[in-house]
Design a protein. Structure first.
Length: 135
């Protein structure tokens, strides 16, 4: 199992295309949103890119990359279940995940509408989370 997670529980993945014009490749743990209102490239894949700088609605988050996906390539990102995520700061456990920066998440307030639940994280960096992305 990745990063010390138990791996228990089901996972749901989504097939995406990381646009060739993207500023950077997706890295493991990067939070992804749908790229604009562009249609699929004709093979069932959704366009996805990093979450933007600043807060983004949890409803826009499509999933989290679990491995590197270069710009201009297809891949799978995790939508639901246990996985790795890029935290921008330390996080308490059991709190809603919200976006805070390019491809990053942080634990929000208990009343925030997030896209998953944090697992205690001592510092910024890659850590565990239980995802429930709906974007």
């Amino acid at each position: 199992p990745p990063l010390g997670l138990t791996g228990s529980g089901d996972q749901e993945w989504i097939y995406i295309y990381h646009p060739a014009g993207a500023a950077a490749p997706l890295a493991a743990g990067d939070v992804c949103v749908r790229e604009g209102l562009i249609g699929t490239p004709g093979n069932g894949a959704a366009y996805a890119d990093h979450s933007p700088a600043g807060a983004t609605s949890g409803a826009k988050v499509i999933g989290v990359a679990q491995y590197a996906i270069p710009a201009g390539f297809f891949g799978f990102i995790l939508r639901k279940g246990p996985g790795a995520i890029n935290y921008s700061a330390a996080a308490g456990g059991g709190l809603p995940l919200i976006t805070t920066g390019v491809g990053a998440a942080v634990a929000g307030a208990a009343t925030d509408a997030g896209f998953g639940v944090s697992i205690t994280q001592a510092a910024a960096g890659i850590g565990g989370a239980i995802l429930n992305c709906s974007g």
